[in-house]
Ligand binder design. Structure first.
Ligand SMILES: [Zn+2]
Length: 447
């Protein structure tokens, strides 16, 4: 057991602007700026409904019903600033018509606070630029439940329709950091007033423009998989003044690989190799090759990375194109940037799906936007968690003490049920120093 120090000397120190309490207050403020078209005298305010859903995802409640049991919990007011917690039905009714785009500023507000608090400095990857990974993921699929914004997939044999929701995620990442910082994701969905399905490429176009609008001067290097290495998308990135490191595959980019092979035969490829334990590593690069036959004027810099075992068998191979000029000095670092792209899948989507967030659980689908609004709010809750992990020594100390994220979420939930806290900081200190026995018995407001 950790012995608690006197109350005035308790630590680890919390950096006030970069703590859970400050983040939740900031998000509440951000939600208050969203237009609420409903009758002014609506009993439950839109910020209350949005904060309630955010609280549900922060606490990792497995269902709306589980969350509803918290309606009279005093902690909702103190920790999340919620005045009235809506019933599950009311929450769905209030959030369904909310335009998901209205939630974008909340992500940008969080980002600015982190940036000003210098929390993003460790993410700087290359010459003042951040790495931004983009990738799509699905989180809902059903043959019965659907809404106005569902994507529709028709089975060509049976004519059966499958309804789906997907989103294009965008996260800041760094090869040496476990944390990721999500920006507002872009829903891949049926667009207003059309019957046409959306696709990842259109969503990427909207997302890149929105990121530029929200962060006009942010220096970015976009990392994506080989599907993104096409002329129109690269031109889109150039228009948005973003650099890129994009995967390429010999099967999909044949003329590029033919050019590289020719350059290799002509000794024009720069090779760098070294040994790491029992593995030989080799990097090859060439600047200024055409992307493909249909874009002969679009010149890219080609970079690849191979690992060989001691018998000379190639055991790993990755290849990219980039607009950053490759040199012997930066080549290895750029391969590390290209390789950490997977963190958007592993550290973001898989965490949301498998580490207690219930990303694929249907909290309610609605008729208009509910499913998308919930997905965006869950991403916001994830952003708050990642930000705490990055900036808050108290959060990290509690996490270390309980051993795992799952155990941490459970501890928070069970403490939350049984006691009343003044703040998230108070709750974390109680878990860290085993102070629960000093707390008064719970009181529930059942009015
Ligand atoms: Zn839907």
């Amino acid at each position: 057991m950790i012995v608690p120090p006197p109350a005035d000397q308790r630590g680890p120190k919390v950096r006030n602007r970069l703590s859970a309490d400050a983040f939740f207050a900031l998000l509440r403020e951000s939600f208050e700026k969203i237009n609420d078209d409903r009758h002014k005298k609506a009993l439950i305010s839109l910020p209350d409904a949005l904060m309630s859903a955010l609280a549900m995802f922060s606490l990792k409640d497995p269902s709306l019903l589980a969350f509803e049991a918290r309606r009279h919990d005093e902690n909702m007011k103190a920790l999340f600033g919620i005045i009235i917690v809506p019933s599950d039905t009311r929450m769905r009714e209030i959030l369904d018509p909310v335009d998901p785009r209205e939630l974008r500023p909340a992500f940008a507000d969080m980002f600015r606070v982190l940036q000003r608090g210098k929390a993003l400095e460790p993410f700087v990857f290359y010459q003042g630029h951040y790495l931004l990974s983009l990738d799509g993921t699905g989180y809902f699929s059903s043959q019965a439940i659907h809404c106005d914004s569902c994507l529709e997939k028709v089975n060509s044999k049976t004519g059966e329709i499958t309804y789906q929701h997907q989103m294009l995620g965008a996260v800041l990442l760094h090869p040496d950091l476990r944390e990721v910082i999500p920006l507002a994701p872009e829903p891949i969905q049926k667009q207003d007033g059309t019957t046409k399905n959306d696709c990842e490429r259109n969503a990427a176009k909207r997302l890149l423009r929105d990121i530029r609008k929200d962060h006009p001067r942010l220096k970015l290097i976009v990392v994506e998989d080989a599907l993104a290495s096409n002329g129109p998308h690269i031109r889109e990135l150039m228009d948005c003044q973003m650099h890129y490191i994009l995967g390429v595959k010999s099967g999909d980019h044949q003329s590029l690989f033919d050019n590289v092979t020719r350059a290799f035969d002509e000794d024009k490829i720069t090779l760098v190799s070294w040994k790491e334990g029992d593995i030989w590593c080799e990097i090859g690069f060439i600047n200024g090759v055409p992307l493909n036959d249909s874009n002969p004027d679009l010149l890219v810099n080609f970079l690849d990375y191979s690992e060989y075992d001691l018998n000379g068998n190639r055991v790993k191979y990755f290849s990219w194109v980039t607009d950053l000029r490759i040199t012997q000095k930066n080549a290895h670092w750029l391969t590390r940037g290209g390789r950490c792209r997977w963190k958007i899948e592993n550290e973001t989507f898989n965490t949301l799906k498998n580490q207690g967030y219930h990303f694929e659980h249907n909290y309610g689908h609605g008729h208009q936007n509910l499913s998308v609004v919930f997905a965006m709010l869950m991403m916001l809750a994830f952003l708050v968690d990642q930000a705490q992990q990055l900036c808050c020594a108290l959060f990290r100390a509690v996490w270390e003490k309980v051993g795992s994220k799952r155990a941490l979420w459970e501890q928070i939930r069970s403490h939350y049920w049984h006691f009343t806290f003044q703040s998230m900081q108070h709750l974390y200190e109680v878990i860290l120093y085993d102070l629960a026995k000093e707390l008064p018995a719970p009181t529930f407001d059942t009015s």
